[in-house]
Write a protein that binds this ligand. Structure first.
Ligand code: MRU
Length: 466
């Protein structure tokens, strides 16, 4: 593929489920071997993915059983079903009116699911980082909001309106920096408004909101596959040694719903047969790199080495880094990019050492309404994340803490922004606008995604979840 843009309410926590062996190796190997083929053939094929995801989830989570009434099935459509990617949408699945999230707080030690039955519970899970990563929280929030509408099919219009608006606000405010969250909630809410906020037809409202949530997930799956293809093309190709990629935080399937952003590119390159080695920043204080990225790469068989964040400068100065790939939580109109705290110093170091620094982000992460980085709200998280590690205090009691979860990398330090429409280069404002318009036009001319759900009576919880 060529580059078309070549310029240059707090909810109580449901009880934790016991740890189960989910066949993690098989799961990720399956995923990893499919990502390449997916990157090549992804467009228009996500209906097959829906079925494959539900079946894979059922068989992995309940290996003793065959697939029993997967919550999502697909209406066959000859032109879309045959050749697409298969794989397991890793951080979440929906079954019988419950959203099951992989509890990312417990990785890498336990691979367990956390059930959510309403938007309020999803909001809690997002705030507590049971699910995290900008694209994933947008998708899960959309699904959570649709679930609340589902539970209110028979409610009176004013009660429904109050509940749905309250849920939407709670979701949007759960994490302020990642714009995908607000973007996804607003898309689902627009469908509610379209049907009529005070309409008596609760079925039409629930169906429309769910259809939009499904569409958001469908589009993200496709777009992330496209992004992996463009990203593969910008990786350096050193002779007779691996390309050494430094990355920060976690940008793989756990953070994105499928494929990944920066890590999707890495995995696509690896499974295309390219020789890659990944330097994984541990990502203080929450350790998404150490806990999640190292785990995902190990499951996918991608060679990698874990680094203390503070070692990145030494490796760059020693000539051991070829390229830096990071994700984004919000890209402002001028290209300034908010991502996990620690990204900005990496960009400064990369510039100092002449190393290409790429941001990998779908257009759903681009916020043309934020003129530059100063308009992006930066989430400050609780002090315990810095003072403690898994309940063990590591600083004197009472120590004052600042815990900004993100920082902003100025556009001038960014070599390119890899989107699902191509690699955008400076001046970013024009390229980001074109990429966003191009993505919208592509989706406007793509046949609508239609998921057909199995009747509730046919859907039983799996052993792991029940
Ligand atoms: O606080 P987190 O773990 O949600 O932060 C995630 C990141 O910063 C990722 O880099 C980002 O969401 C972009 S790609 C998934």
């Amino acid at each position: 593929m060529t580059d078309p843009l070549d310029h240059d309410t707090s909810a109580p926590a449901p009880p934790a489920k016991p740890a189960v062996d989910l066949g993690r190796r098989r799961f990720f190997r399956t995923f990893a071997s499919e990502v390449v083929q997916a990157a090549a053939t992804v467009a228009g094929a996500a209906q097959a993915l829906q079925q494959a995801s539900a079946e894979a989830a059922s068989s992995l989570l309940d290996p003793e059983s065959t697939v029993r009434g997967a919550a999502v099935s697909v209406e066959p459509k000859a032109d879309l079903v045959s050749s697409g990617p298969a794989g397991f949408r890793t951080p979440f699945r929906e079954d019988g009116g419950t959203i099951f999230l992989i509890d990312q707080r417990r990785l890498p030690d336990d691979l367990v699911e956390y059930p959510c039955k309403s938007a309020g519970e999803v909001g809690f899970a997002i705030r507590e980082m049971i699910v995290r990563g900008a694209p994933a929280i947008g998708q899960v929030a959309a699904l959570g909001l649709a679930l609340s509408a589902e539970h209110m099919r028979d409610s009176r219009p004013y009660a429904r309106k109050a509940t749905i608006h309250g849920a939407a606000n709670a979701l949007i405010n759960a994490r302020p920096t990642a714009v995908n969250l607000r973007w996804a909630v607003e898309r689902v809410m627009a469908r509610y408004v379209e049907v009529g906020e005070l309409s008596e037809d609760g079925d039409a409202i629930a169906d429309a909101m769910r259809a939009e949530a499904d569409t958001i997930i469908f589009e993200a799956t496709t777009d992330h596959g496209r992004m992996a293809t463009f990203g593969n093309a910008i990786l350096p190709d050193p002779a007779e040694r691996p390309v050494r990629i430094l990355t920060h935080c976690n940008t793989g399937p756990l953070a994105c719903g499928q494929y990944g952003t920066a890590l999707g590119i890495v995995q696509a390159a690896h499974h295309a047969g390219r020789d890659v080695h990944v330097w994984v920043d541990e990502t203080r204080p929450y350790l998404q790199g150490a806990r999640l990225t190292a785990w995902e790469l190990a499951q996918a068989g991608v060679p990698h080495t874990l680094l203390p964040d503070v070692a990145a400068g030494h490796l760059m100065a020693s000539g051991e880094v070829d390229v830096v790939l990071v994700g984004a939580d919000r890209v402002a109109a001028n290209g300034d990019t908010a991502n996990k705290v620690g990204t900005y110093p990496l960009a400064v170091l990369a510039a100092r050492h002449g190393i290409p620094f790429y941001v990998c982000a779908p257009t759903s992460t681009v916020d043309l309404g934020s003129a530059d980085g100063s308009a992006i709200p930066i989430e400050e998280r609780k002090a315990d994340e810095v003072l403690e590690f898994r309940g063990v205090r590591i600083a004197p009691p009472g120590t004052a803490v600042r815990n900004p979860a993100f920082d902003v990398t100025p556009a001038e330090l960014i070599t390119g922004i890899v989107t699902e429409e191509g690699v955008v280069k400076a001046p970013f404002e024009t390229g980001l606008r074109e990429a966003s318009e191009q993505a919208a036009a592509r989706w406007a001319s793509t046949p609508a995604f239609r998921a057909v759900r199995a009747p509730a009576a046919e859907t039983e919880p799996t052993a792991a979840n029940g």
